[in-house]
Design a protein around this ligand. Structure first.
Ligand code: COA
Length: 294
């Protein structure tokens, strides 16, 4: 049955919402391989996250969710910065001087895209860290499923340097992702570190010389695009929920989630893979993914 609510209707052209995006503070490009490139576009402000980025990112993620061309999402920054974190002027100082509800609205919208949306985004996401990555930008980085950095990219939890704590939800994310030693070291010293160190402490997956950054990111995106998308989504959702669950609940939840895939997955991944391995002997699961239909 067709919903009367426009937001709940499937558009005839699933690319229409993407085409209608503002494309000012966030550039959106879906390429021929199905990679959706989201570029924070305030290079002269080192891509500091202002209200424009906040609201445009929410819109862009909404649009790409339904855009059937987009199979994986890459978030990066224009120019020589990934992002210098929250915009101290436009995100903090100016709204702090205005109506308290406007400030709350903006903070809520920021939480919406930086973690509530990204953590459970239905398509795989990669942060491509091309340069400066500070403070609030850690949340974007950790909100993405995977991350590739330029070896010389500079990271820093700089909040302590200007006399605040890493808030939003940054401290929680950092505590979940890093060891206590690494997390407290960078939270408490505000020292910078590079892409190679970010790999060592588990903040990003891969660091490569800057000139290889885009190719390596593409390669990783292609691998994700080749996987069964329903199961991929389910696997990441399960990962996030299981971290907060007790053992018995997690065991039961994972069994239920596996059953859910049997209903939701049009490819019938488990059965198809098993048939190709056991009956057709056409692939080995230990050496790569099964051949997807179509
Ligand atoms: N908020 C607001 N404006 C910012 C910003 C931020 N987080 N980061 C950079 N900018 C602005 C600067 O004020 C400057 O604006 P102007 O041209 O109007 O003077 C412009 O972006 C360029 O910044 P600049 O400091 O001149 O660039 P740089 O290349 O010399 O240094 C950084 C880059 C990222 C090291 C430096 O800008 C910086 O320390 N930024 C703040 C990082 C931070 O602590 N972020 C945490 C926020 S949660």
């Amino acid at each position: 049955m067709r919903s009367k609510h426009p937001k709940l209707q499937t558009p005839e052209d699933t690319t229409a919402a993407t085409a209608a995006l503002a494309q000012q503070d966030v550039l959106v490009h879906v390429d021929e391989e199905g990679i959706a490139w989201l570029t924070l576009n305030r290079p002269t402000k080192r891509n500091a996250i202002n209200p424009g980025i906040v609201f445009e990112m929410n819109e862009a993620l909404d649009a790409l969710e339904m855009d059937e061309r987009a199979k994986a999402v890459v978030i990066t920054g224009a120019g020589d910065a990934f992002s210098a974190g929250q915009d101290l002027k436009e995100y903090f100082r100016e709204p702090d001087a205005g109506h308290p509800m406007l400030r709350e609205r903006m903070h809520r919208a920021n939480a919406a895209w930086q973690w509530r949306r990204l953590m459970f985004y239905p398509k795989p996401t990669i942060a491509m860290v091309n340069g400066w990555c500070f403070g609030g930008a850690f949340q974007v980085l950790l909100g993405c499923d995977l991350a590739v950095a330029a070896t010389d990219a500079q990271f820093g939890l700089s909040e302590i340097n200007w006399g605040i704590i890493p808030a939003g939800i940054v401290t929680k994310s950092v505590a979940m992702a890093l060891s206590q030693r690494a997390a407290l070291y960078y939270i408490m010293t505000g020292e910078n570190f590079d892409g190679a160190r970010a790999v060592q402490i588990g903040l990003v997956n891969i660091a490569v010389p800057r000139e290889q950054l885009e190719n390596r990111t593409r390669q990783l995106a292609r691998t994700l695009i080749e996987r069964n998308p329903v199961v991929l989504r389910s696997a990441k959702t399960a990962y996030h929920h299981c971290r907060d669950m007790g053992w018995e609940a997690a065991y039961d939840y994972l069994a239920a989630k596996s059953d859910q895939n049997m209903v939701r997955d049009p490819e019938q991944g488990g059965a198809t893979g098993m048939r190709q391995f056991l009956d057709d002997k056409s692939f080995r699961p230990g050496l790569g993914a099964y051949k997807r239909p179509g």
